[in-house]
Design a protein around this ligand. Structure first.
Ligand code: ZN
Length: 318
C-alpha cells in the first residue's frame, strides 16, 4: 500500500541577491538561518535554508540565490503560486504592523475558515501568513527578532496553479495520500489524510501558459516521506501513474526523490533524517559554509565563486 505523506518537508525557490534574501527571511520574517551550503548540482550558487529554531522538517523555506542580474521568473501554469506559513490568530495584527513597518504591501483576505495575509518577498515570491485552527510543531528561535508568541509556526500549505485540476489532483490523492476537503471560489483544498502540520495543498486553475522558472519562482515543493521505505513505495506509485521519478539522492540533510507531476510542478519527497545537525551543532547552525564531504576538497574554489554575502542582518528592535 502506498504510504501517506504527513505534509510539506520544505519549499525551494529562486532568489536574486543573497544578502537581500537572507535579510528578508531572517530580519523581517524572523526565521532562523539554519544552513548555508551550495546547490549540490550547481556549486557556484548558494543554497540557503530558513526555518524554525531547530530547522524542523515542515518549517524550512530554501533558496538558490542566482544574483541580482539573473532573469526573473514568469508566473504561469505548473507553478507554486503562494507558500503559506501558519501564525496564531493573535499574531495577525502584529504581522500586519511588522510588514508595514518594513514597507511590505499586504492584502488581507478571508477564505474557508481562515484569515490570510498575502504579500511578496523582495524577489516577488508569493507568500502568505495564515491564521487557522491547525497543528504546528515549530520550535521557537529564542534569539530571533520576532517575539516567540508571534513567530511563524511552520508551513500551513502551498497553492499550486495548474491548467486543469484533475491530473495534479490525481497524483495528490492516488500517490501522496491527500483527500479533497473543500472547494471555494474556484479553489480546491486538499489535505493529507494524516492531517499534520503543513498538510494543506490548494489547487487553482489558470489560463496562463506554463510558467518560466527564474528569480521569484518556486523551484520545487518537497513533501515528507517518513523513511526510505516510504520513498521507495512512492517511487513505484509514481511510475504506476506514468511519471518518471528520479533515483533517490543523498542531499546530506535528507534523502530526496524528484518527479514532475503532470500539471508541471516539480515534487520532491524528502526524509526527515538525518537533519541539519548532521554537520553542525544546533547552536552553530548556519554560521559557516557547510559542504558535503565530496565537495570539501574544492572549498577554496567554491568560496571564491560565490556571490558576496555577509550573513543575515538580524535587527534588535524588539
Ligand atoms: Zn528540495
Amino acid at each position: 500500500m502506498t504510504p501517506t505523506t504527513p505534509g510539506l518537508h520544505h519549499v525551494t525557490a529562486i532568489a536574486g541577491d543573497p544578502q537581500r534574501n537572507a535579510d528578508f527571511y531572517v530580519g523581517v520574517l524572523g526565521l532562523r538561518f539554519v544552513k548555508k551550503t551550495v546547490n549540490h548540482d550547481d556549486t557556484g550558487t548558494y543554497h540557503f535554508y530558513f526555518g524554525d529554531g531547530e530547522g524542523t522538517p515542515g518549517t524550512n523555506i530554501t533558496f538558490f540565490p542566482w544574483g541580482e542580474d539573473a532573469h526573473g521568473g514568469t508566473f504561469g501554469a505548473g507553478q507554486t503560486q503562494r507558500t503559506a506559513y501558519l501564525v496564531t490568530w493573535d499574531s495577525l495584527d502584529y504581522w500586519t504592523d511588522r510588514l508595514a513597518a518594513h514597507d511590505v504591501a499586504v492584502t488581507r483576505t478571508e477564505r474557508f475558515d481562515e484569515t490570510v495575509l498575502q504579500f511578496e518577498d523582495p524577489d516577488g515570491t508569493g507568500l502568505e501568513l495564515v491564521a487557522a485552527d491547525a497543528p504546528a510543531d515549530a520550535v521557537p528561535w529564542v534569539d530571533g527578532p520576532v517575539p516567540e508568541a508571534h513567530q511563524l509556526r511552520g508551513f500551513y500549505g502551498v497553492t499550486l496553479a495548474v491548467d486543469e485540476f484533475e491530473p495534479t489532483a490525481d497524483i495528490l490523492t492516488h500517490v501522496l495520500g491527500y483527500e479533497h476537503e473543500a472547494t471555494e471560489d474556484g479553489r480546491r483544498r486538499y489535505r493529507s489524510a494524516t492531517g499534520g502540520p503543513g498538510s494543506v495543498v490548494d489547487l487553482v486553475e489558470t489560463d496562463l501558459p506554463r510558467g518560466r522558472m527564474g528569480v521569484g519562482s518556486v523551484h520545487h515543493v518537497a513533501f515528507e516521506a517518513v523513511d526510505e521505505a516510504a520513498q521507495r513505495a512512492f517511487r513505484e506509485a509514481y511510475k504506476q501513474q506514468g511519471m518518471k521519478p528520479s533515483e533517490i539522492i543523498d542531499r546530506t540533510y535528507f534523502r530526496a526523490l524528484y518527479a514532475r507531476e503532470p500539471g508541471g510542478v516539480l515534487f520532491e519527497l524528502s526524509t526527515p533524517d538525518p537533519g541539519f545537525t548532521v554537520d553542525e551543532d544546533l547552536e552553530e547552525l548556519g554560521t559557516s559554509l557547510a559542504l558535503p564531504a565530496w565537495l570539501e576538497t574544492d572549498r577554496d574554489v567554491i568560496e571564491r565563486q560565490l556571490l558576496p554575502f555577509d550573513g543575515p542582518t538580524v535587527p534588535t528592535e524588539e
